[in-house]
Design a protein around this ligand. Structure first.
Ligand SMILES: Cc1cc2nc3c(=O)[nH]c(=O)nc-3n(C[C@H](O)[C@H](O)[C@H](O)COP(=O)(O)OP(=O)(O)OC[C@H]3O[C@@H](n4cnc5c(N)ncnc54)[C@H](O)[C@@H]3O)c2cc1C
Length: 374
């Protein structure tokens, strides 16, 4: 590196930001992460990590811990709305000998990432809401809502789909594109071992229900269903909304209906994506994860892509001779893969909007891409 970088700041302590902190710290940089939420803010429900994710988990030295904190699901059963089996999908699409998909609470994944980052000497500051930045020849200066400022050699932004860093860097407000579906995610609790270590998908018209165990007594349910762009999902009525949707599903779904209640914190999101024409870096600022390429969740690759971004950024910063070259190489390596997976995820979703779930060709294309080195 012509200009020796000494430190980097990361905005966002989500999955991508904590991964970036680990990857950058491993290159020898001093790293501080700034997160607007409290340390123990709710992190949402579960997340699944398909087999390709294991490579980046190993690169970040958190593979064993993630597997220990999650459950490994070797098969996905796809069923009709009555619960009749249509297809059994082996989840070991890359390695027949390894575990299948890992299913883990988001909070557990964050705990694993945070504890790795802290053990390496990363500093994490909570309740620090980033508001703006300015740059000069030698540094980038960040401002926070509490009136404080910090300066650093490099600003790395993993601040999510509504990234403020991105909008300042690009000089325009990016509006995420609505894709036509709403997603409900419901944490589930059940008697120990009453659900097998498999995942389940039930299909009805253009509505899809997924069931994923997370431990031997917990799991999560998700529903993907078309809703208008101005749809408002009233949190107080969410239990009834979900129960109404589930009325049309039977078999496994009948058991699942008994695994949550009126007090269960159900999350709802409209599904959106961010497709950028611009590069993901400018001067001393670089973006990754959902800030750069938020995607439909249909391939369950958003977190994997964010973590890969982080790992590649670390590699390029240690391999390349100038900051601009490192950030450019990062972008050139990451853009085609993230864009291809984003576009296949959106294609799956658009077919599902029409009630078409026969999507083997798209899945095969995505498996091919994901098997390649990143
Ligand atoms: C319904 C649904 C299901 C999904 N399921 C899966 C799945 O099974 N597998 C998978 O791999 N992916 C899944 N994803 C995608 C995945 O959740 C995201 O791609 C991933 O979380 C992106 O990580 P990130 O770190 O880039 O952003 P985020 O997780 O959004 O983190 C951004 C962080 O930045 C912080 N922040 C934002 N603004 C500021 C600010 N101004 N100052 C300080 N901090 C700030 C936020 O508080 C947050 O902590 C799913 C997504 C959805 C919507």
């Amino acid at each position: 590196m012509q200009e020796k970088l000494r430190n980097a700041v990361v905005v966002g302590a989500g999955i991508g930001g904590l991964s970036a902190a680990i990857a950058l710290r491993k290159t020898g940089l001093n790293v501080t992460v700034y997160e607007r939420n409290e340390k123990d803010a709710p992190s949402g429900s579960g997340i699944t990590q398909p087999q390709n994710t294991f490579k980046v988990l190993k690169d970040l030295s958190i593979y064993e811990d993630c597997l220990k904190s999650g459950v490994q699901l070797d098969y996905l059963e796809i069923m009709d709305k009555e619960g009749n089996l249509l297809l059994e999908v082996n989840q070991k699409f890359m390695n027949a000998d390894g575990p299948g998909r890992n299913s883990i609470w988001r909070s557990s994944l964050k705990d694993v990432l945070l504890s790795k980052a802290l053990s390496l000497g990363v500093i994490v500051e909570w309740k620090k809401n980033f508001t703006t930045y300015q740059e000069n020849q030698t540094e980038v200066i960040l401002s926070f809502e509490d009136g404080t400022q910090v300066s650093a050699d490099l600003l790395v932004s993993f601040d999510g789909i509504r990234s403020q860093v991105r909008d300042i860097m690009l000089g325009r407000k990016v509006t995420p594109q609505y894709l036509g579906m709403g997603a409900w995610r419901v944490p589930l609790t059940f008697e120990k071992n009453t659900i097998s270590k498999r995942s389940y998908m039930l299909l009805n018209g253009n509505t899809k229900v997924g069931i994923f165990p997370l431990t031997d007594k917990e799991g999560y349910l998700f529903i993907l269903k078309p809703v208008p762009s101005d749809y408002w999902d009233d949190e107080k009525k969410r239990y009834y909304t979900v129960s109404e949707i589930l009325k049309h599903f039977h078999g496994k779904a009948d058991f699942i209906k008994t695994c949550f209640n009126k007090d269960t914190p159900i999350i709802f999101n409209l599904i959106e994506e961010v497709v950028l024409e611009e590069k993901w870096y400018r001067n001393r600022v670089v973006i990754g994860g959902d800030a750069a390429h938020a995607s439909a969740p249909n391939l369950a690759q958003g977190a994997a892509m964010a973590m890969e971004d982080a790992s590649v950024l670390g590699e390029e910063l240690s391999n390349t001779t100038s900051l601009e070259e490192a950030l450019h190489s990062y972008y050139v390596r990451r853009f085609p893969r993230a864009r291809a997976i984003q576009s296949l995820s959106a294609e799956l979703l658009k077919n599902e909007l029409k009630g078409n779930f026969a999507q083997e060709e798209i899945i095969a294309k995505s498996d091919c891409i994901l098997q390649e080195a990143y």
